[in-house]
Design a protein around this ligand. Structure first.
Ligand code: GRF
Length: 188
């Protein structure tokens, strides 16, 4: 029986698209659904182009358990957060114990927590004169960026790098590793 995954995204959705491409021929893993909380998000166009069903939801639906019901109705086995910015509520964490995976654009535990997302992370890395940064893929619990780390990869940060340069290096690593790490986590 193949495993169904749902991908949550709040923004552009480039990782979501990579994951769809990677599993497009897979018999074991099926990207069943995209879920999005932001009516302005680029992932909406991607869903259409990739022909992946998309569910839009608001905070109330997220917290009340309506989103869990949608995941269950769609027989979702694993939840992937790919640039998703809201804290995952207890009802979802409990419905998918150790089956929610997030990607964070820094080497956690550094540069994590509430408010540390997207360009804020890369700005902080440059501001702090870090000589390296990276990506972290981890399981999700009820706290921002605190679940068990399953994968990290790093890249050098040069003194001349801007936050945009750092973001680009991170994105290359995210696109390269995220689908493979998901595959390993699900199939063992
Ligand atoms: C990625 O850098 C991810 O690590 C972070 O948000 C970004 C999402 O990019 N959490 P995209 O929407 O997949 O292009």
């Amino acid at each position: 029986m193949s495993k169904n995954i749902a991908i949550f995204a709040s923004g552009s959705g480039s990782n979501a698209e990579r994951i769809v491409e990677y599993f497009s021929d897979s018999k074991e893993i099926n990207v069943k659904l995209f879920l999005c909380n932001n009516p302005e998000a680029g992932v909406i166009q991607r869903a259409e182009r990739l022909n992946i069903p998309l569910v839009m939801f608001n905070r109330q639906q997220f917290k009340s358990g309506e989103v869990v019901d949608i995941l269950k109705e769609n027989h979702i086995d694993w939840v992937i957060l790919a640039g998703f910015l809201w804290l995952v509520p207890k009802n979802i964490v409990e419905a998918f114990p150790n089956k929610i995976i997030n990607i964070h654009p820094a080497l956690l535990p550094k540069f994590g927590g509430k408010g540390m997302y997207g360009h804020f992370v890369h700005e902080a890395v440059v501001e702090n004169k870090e000589t390296e940064s990276g990506i972290t893929i981890h399981l999700v619990n009820e706290h921002y960026d605190e679940g068990a780390i399953i994968f990290q990869a790093s890249y050098p940060v040069l003194p001349t790098d801007t936050p945009e340069d750092v973001a680009k290096k991170g994105q290359v690593l995210e696109h390269k590793h995220f689908p493979e790490v998901i595959e390993k986590a699900i199939l063992g």
